[in-house]
Design a binder for this molecule. Structure first.
Ligand code: ATP
Ligand code: MG
Length: 413
């Protein structure tokens, strides 16, 4: 353990324990030493508050706040420490012994990222540190989404989430497929009904990613929407593992302008009638019926990456929607292959990109490595093939927060 006060210390302090007296948590000392070597220090509560404002704190990546029942009287101060750490971009692992669930809950809500009980189970601290390092910052949904945005998911009133890539290959289909699958599995007892619509009519790859057949009736459905009714719509859908209903792209290439906003609206009305959640994989380009989807969708996710192509297209789409007076506030920017939590340079590039585009990048999707591509090649969602993949975890979190918002809105209504 290093003293954080020592100025001459050559190795920067990456982590700190914060506790009334670290000697009460000797297993924590052992585990910190094993995980961090010399690159950590320890602080008391009052010292911690002062320390965050010092230059030495800039190298901090996380703090482990260790508390026991005697600290429950100091919840306000603990909340301040966690809040300050959050503000400085320092992650917080909460380590607690004999603390009431109410106190734990409060501290987690105040922004602690991970919780590990004390005495520390074997390997748990290390695992929590690894999770912090692979997971990007948590998803923060814009206020618009927390309130009126989500319609109550009842029959006829399904919630629509659209996904469009701002540049090719930025992960729109991966997000759409996995978000739909996570939603379909979000509650065991009473799972919502979910359908996934592949509106990438020409080169839609949802059927490939889930290894589903493309039905001829899909082409017929789009070519004659006059005749479209519940029955035809149902016939056009294929089930993935009896849980997710999918409208694949047609087997033949369809011109994107062959369908109109009315056609799209008709399909969407049927989808909302039969499903609680409707996830749409949109084509990469803006088409005349994009507007129809934008109007119907509660949230319109756009995927981008940290490169010039995405940046320029983000600017274009924003301007295009603004010039047509379209609801640009429904867009949620998802940065795919986002830099890791430890990549400070990458993080500042994200910040600069958001600032220069005047957008909020609210959802950070980590790189999931080759497992992601392999999963789609095998026709499986990430949850079935690589459940612990960091990308899967982040999409699962997104699905939970969307579902929780939908439920709280339903209860408020
Ligand atoms: N976060 C990620 N980590 C690792 N691989 C990823 C990630 N996101 C996407 N991929 C891989 O990148 C490739 C492109 O992803 P995907 O097909 O989802 O993008 P898209 O935006 O739908 O592309 P298109 O423009 O072709 O429609 C796929 O092979 C996918 O497995
Ligand atoms: Mg795609």
């Amino acid at each position: 353990m290093s003293s954080v006060i020592k100025q001459s210390d050559p190795s920067p302090i990456i982590a700190c324990t914060i506790s009334r007296d670290v000697q009460n948590f000797d297993l924590l000392i052992e585990d910190m030493e094993a995980a961090m070597g010399e690159a950590w220090g320890d602080l008391g509560f009052a010292e911690a508050l002062a320390f965050f404002n010092q230059p030495e704190a800039e190298s901090l990546e996380f703090v482990a706040v260790a508390i026991d029942e005697a600290d429950e009287d100091d919840l306000v101060m603990l909340g301040e420490i966690i809040g300050l750490a959050n503000k400085k971009g320092v992650k917080v692992i909460l380590i607690a012994e004999d603390v009431t669930p109410a106190a734990l809950h409060q501290l987690l809500r105040q922004g602690a990222d991970e919780f590990v009980p004390y005495p520390l189970p074997e390997g748990e601290l290390q695992a929590a540190i690894e999770r912090l390092q692979t997971a990007p910052a948590p998803v923060h949904l814009a206020p618009a989404l927390t309130h009126a945005a989500l319609a109550t998911p009842t029959a006829g009133d399904g919630v629509i989430f659209a996904v469009q890539g701002l540049a090719g290959g930025t992960g729109a289909t991966t997000l759409a497929v996995n978000l739909a699958w996570e939603l379909a599995n979000i509650e065991k007892a009473n799972p919502p009904r979910v359908c996934l619509l592949d509106f990438s009519l020409q080169f839609g790859s949802v059927s490939t990613y889930l290894d589903l057949p493309r039905r001829d009736v899909v082409f017929e459905m789009w070519s004659d929407t006059e005749a479209l009714d519940d029955d035809i719509f149902r016939q056009a859908l294929v089930a993935f593992e009896e849980k997710l209903w999918v409208l694949t792209a047609p087997s033949d290439v369809l011109p994107l302008d062959m369908i109109s906003s009315e056609d799209v609206n008709k399909v969407l009305a049927l989808a909302r009638k039969h499903f609680d959640y409707v996830v749409i994989d949109m084509p990469g380009s803006l088409v005349q019926w994009t507007e129809a989807v934008l109007h119907s969708a509660q949230v319109y996710f756009t995927t981008l990456e940290l490169d010039m192509r995405s940046a320029q297209n983000a600017l274009r789409i924003k301007r295009a929607l603004q010039s047509e007076d379209l609801p640009v506030d429904k867009l949620r920017y998802c940065l795919n292959r986002s830099p890791k939590f430890t990549d400070l340079n990458g993080k500042s590039r994200v910040k600069r990109m958001a600032e220069s585009l005047e957008i909020r990048i609210e959802i950070l999707l980590p790189d999931g490595g080759r497992a992601v591509c392999q999963s789609s090649d095998h026709g499986l969602p990430l949850a079935s093939s690589t459940a612990k993949n960091p990308l899967r975890r982040e999409i699962a979190k997104l699905a939970s927060s969307l579902h929780a918002l939908g439920k709280s809105d339903a209860e408020a209504a």
